[in-house]
Ligand binder design. Structure first.
Ligand code: SAM
Length: 330
């Protein structure tokens, strides 16, 4: 069965947050005084396997593990290996801040993980500390290099923030020139708990205009595994590529193909909506279980909204969604 919503969007991508905890405190992401989900409320790995099984039965072909920081959860590398072994046809990816992944890189590569998205908003170690609250830039930098050496396909995601990293476009383009990786800027979204303001938004249009002054960029078609919200450009003379993700100024709701599962088992059909479907209670209920979870997934999907409408309605407000990214899963 294929998951199609009421607007005929085919939904084939599930992002799973395995924890809401993170070892960084990024200023655009963590709510101050965020209350973490108590451990018993977090979906156990066996429960996640059940949900992935259901998702695959609904033609979900791509799963991304995210968080919080996935590697902050005990047993995560072994869990990834288990998912790879059980679902060999699944396109499995991981999003990480790359601070803790170092000791697990070779193991994960050997078990068949191919793709990593690494969040890195600055190439300046001192600024990294200011953004994240932790002095871990050298670890991230070394782990990016190791990931490339091991043959991972690496995408670096930077949140584009005026007054924070808008002076580093040249340095990021140089990185994408010098290494076989994608550097992508994502527009800063007004999520719960972030220090977002309209003035802090550095739009994809502005970035592209500046980037064109610094590099020769050729737009690439969105094909195969590259299909997604990013507009991707080849850099003449470069090993890597450059990309822009514009959830604010050029929303991609019409082609949104994703569902999100939070660490406590809430299904979200739109990043900009606080509407959740509580799968955990159903999964753990002695008389309900997997078949009911499947039905709720189908129902939730049918009701998947156009988030852009929500964004417009709240355009003047500070938050589009009351929950910080770290709790939803970025
Ligand atoms: N800890 C992992 C990491 O750092 O990649 C995964 C979770 S983190 C929430 C994933 C990513 O979500 C962030 O690095 C950032 O790219 C994105 N993100 C978080 N808050 C955002 C915001 N307000 N606007 C745009 N992107 C945001």
């Amino acid at each position: 069965m294929i998951l199609k919503d009421a607007r005929q969007r085919v939904v084939n991508y599930l992002r799973i947050s395995v924890t809401d905890r993170c070892n960084l405190r990024c200023l655009y992401c963590s709510a101050q005084n965020q209350e973490f989900i108590p451990h018993p409320e977090i979906l156990r790995y066996e429960e996640l396997l059940e949900i992935i099984t259901l998702a695959c039965g609904l033609s979900i072909g791509k799963v991304r593990f995210t968080g919080g920081e996935p590697f902050a959860r005990k047993g995560f590398p072994e869990f990834v290996a288990e998912v790879l072994a059980r679902f060999p046809d699944l396109d499995l990816r991981v999003t990480t801040n790359a601070t803790l992944i170092g000791p697990h890189l070779a193991f994960l590569r050997e078990r068949g993980l191919k793709r990593l998205n690494i969040s890195l908003d600055t190439l300046d170690p001192a600024k990294f500390t200011r953004i994240t609250g932790r002095e871990l830039f050298p670890e991230v930098w070394a782990n990016i290099q190791s990931a490339l050496d091991l043959g991972f396909r690496v995408k670096i995601n930077a949140v584009a923030m005026k007054g924070v990293n808008d002076d580093e476009l040249g340095a990021f383009l140089d990185l994408a020139r010098a290494r076989p990786l994608d550097v992508r800027f994502i527009e800063f979204m007004p999520m719960g708990g972030s220090d977002w303001s309209p003035e802090s938004v550095w739009t994809a249009g502005e970035i592209l205009e500046q980037a064109r002054g610094l590099a020769e960029l050729t737009p690439l078609p969105r094909l195969g595994a590259d299909q997604g919200p990013a507009r991707v450009y080849a850099i003449t003379g470069g090993l890597g590529r450059f990309g822009l993700i514009s959830p604010l100024t050029d929303h991609f709701c019409g082609t949104c193909n994703r569902l999100r599962l939070t660490a406590d088992g809430h299904l979200r059909t739109c990043l900009f909506s606080d509407k959740v479907y509580r799968l955990k209670g159903i999964l753990r209920h002695p008389r309900l279980g997997a078949e009911h979870v499947r039905r709720v997934m189908l129902l939730a999907n049918e009701r998947k909204p156009l988030g852009h409408d929500i964004l417009e309605k709240r355009a003047r407000g500070r938050g589009v969604c009351g929950t910080p990214m770290s709790a939803i899963g970025g």
